[in-house]
Design a protein around this ligand. Structure first.
Ligand code: DSN
Length: 482
């Protein structure tokens, strides 16, 4: 099908769908139209966002949404799941083939859910099963009250080592306010204070001392690649299970930009991811596992997950099929190339990047040299139509709320077709906004960490320059709503 006849089909499908929605609740139809307009007219640089294809989006809007399907493929707690079995099996097959994983579980509703499934699986495989054996019981139904006490103590007395939030780790990697930091005894590893890079010797030393059951590798704001072979060596040395959360960079793994030691799948016991970031699928999660963890991963629902979202699993199958194409590989390479261009754009204009640059899909800009907090920078940029998110930098003096950084990712604008010149121009616009933003003051005259004053005319100038680039690279080309 030609691009234009495909765009006509999509235009007519969405126009009619919005008409149907509008007959019931016109304000939802209106907000949906406006969301498209807003996304089309802003520079989306949030590192965890993307634009899924119309095929992926449409797959989510079907009657699969109406079906309960707790259980696993061919083994459900509800009748009539034959078609859910088909789409779940397809999504799992695409995931296994794409990532070269022995086992794939596509039910998690989000990345956090995928991590909960992995935690459960590791506890069940490494703690519950051996404890049951020690107690001479085949399953938990055979345990006495005292046995239960012992098992609960074992399950709740395990250690987890993950990357700290301010070094670029995720909330679920043992951050204290998150359940991962409460259900496990946790410690965190950071990055080298001089270089900002992961220091494997320091991770090893911490792991030797702490002896975690779970070693987590992966990040949501670290702008560099990780050597997963080294992380596995460390895990093996201390008898830990290596869990990799590749939510941010799954698209770069799928697209074979990260290979060898940088591909987590052959090295980790369990890998978790979201499907909607660089992987460009529907909003959701998935788990890849070595065979030995498959039986406990499969118990994710109903152990820690609600009923699977069958319409989203169907959309995962479509997105993963897309990710198995050469076109997707080219896209993934462009994500990484564009991140280099963005980083170089900042460096050449004197801006300060955590670690000095990037070799993945994101850059972390330290805005303190502009005299701003991350919160002020984020708000000023938004006023100029540049959508970013504030983010802590290592050992951030402004904490996790105001922060000193801005995290910027290339997956979304790369989907729109932005290349080297556009990302250089984006860096220029961002530096222009930051150079023309002053911290605001409170009524008492103190400098506030949130308020700011953007110079006259800056927002209009930046919006005008962005519009030219955005018009040249339309979002969903040819999609017109009637
Ligand atoms: N919210 C995601 C991100 O922005 O990185 C991670 O959960």
């Amino acid at each position: 099908m030609s691009d234009s006849s495909s765009a006509n089909l999509v235009s007519s499908a969405y126009s009619q769908a919005l008409e149907v929605i509008g007959q019931v609740e016109p304000r939802v139809a209106e907000a949906t139209r406006k969301e498209l307009a807003d996304q089309r007219s802003s520079l989306k640089l949030i590192a965890s966002e993307n634009y899924a294809s119309p095929a992926v989006l449409m797959t989510m809007g079907t009657w699969f949404s109406d079906k309960y399907a707790e259980g696993t493929i061919g083994h459900r707690f509800y009748a009539g799941c034959q078609n859910v079995d088909t789409v779940e099996a397809l999504a799992a097959e695409h995931a296994r083939e794409l990532f070269g994983a022995p086992y794939a579980y596509v039910q998690p509703h989000s990345g956090i859910d995928a991590n909960l499934v992995a935690f459960w699986s590791i506890l069940a495989h490494r703690v519950e099963a051996p404890t049951l054996e020690k107690l001479g019981a085949k399953n938990v139904a055979q345990l006495s009250e005292q046995d239960w006490e012992d098992l609960r103590r074992e399950l709740g007395n395990q250690r987890l080592l993950g990357m700290s939030l301010d070094a670029g780790g995720h909330l679920t990697h043992g951050f204290r306010p998150n359940i991962s930091g409460k259900m496990f005894h946790q410690q965190q590893y950071g990055t080298d204070p001089e270089t900002g890079l992961l220091d494997y010797d320091a991770v090893r030393a911490k792991a030797r001392e702490f002896k975690p059951l779970v070693l987590i590798a992966g990040y949501s704001a670290y702008p560099r690649r990780v050597n997963f072979a080294k992380m596995r060596e460390i895990a093996d040395e201390v008898g830990a299970t290596l869990m990799v959360d590749m939510a941010h960079f799954a698209g770069l793994v799928a697209g074979k930009v990260f290979t060898g030691d940088e591909d987590p799948v052959p090295h980790a016991h369990i890998v978790t991811t979201t499907t909607h970031k660089s992987l460009r699928g529907p909003r959701g999660g998935l788990v890849l596992a070595q065979e030995e963890f498959a039986p406990s991963v499969d118990k994710g629902c109903p152990m820690v997950l609600g009923g699977p979202l069958s319409h989203v699993m169907a959309a995962k199958a479509v997105a993963l099929a897309e990710a198995r194409t050469q076109e997707f590989r080219d896209y993934a390479q462009r994500i990484a190339d564009n991140a280099q261009s963005l980083a170089e754009g900042f460096r050449s204009r004197g801006a300060n990047l955590v670690t000095g640059g990037t070799d993945n899909h994101l850059v972390l800009l330290d805005v303190s040299s502009f005299g701003l907090t991350g919160r002020q920078a984020e708000s000023a940029l938004l006023e100029a139509g540049v959508v970013t998110n504030r983010n802590s930098v290592p050992r951030d003096p402004n904490g996790a709320w105001y922060t000193s950084g801005i995290r910027l990712g290339t997956p979304a604008l790369t989907t729109r077709g932005f290349g080297h010149d556009e990302f250089d121009a984006v860096a220029d616009l961002i530096v222009h906004v930051l150079e023309h933003t002053q911290p605001g003051t409170t009524k008492a005259g103190d400098t506030s960490k949130a308020s700011f004053v953007l110079g006259d005319g800056v927002a209009d100038k930046v919006r005008g320059a962005s519009a030219e680039m955005l018009d040249k690279h339309p979002l969903y080309p040819g999609l017109e709503l009637s």
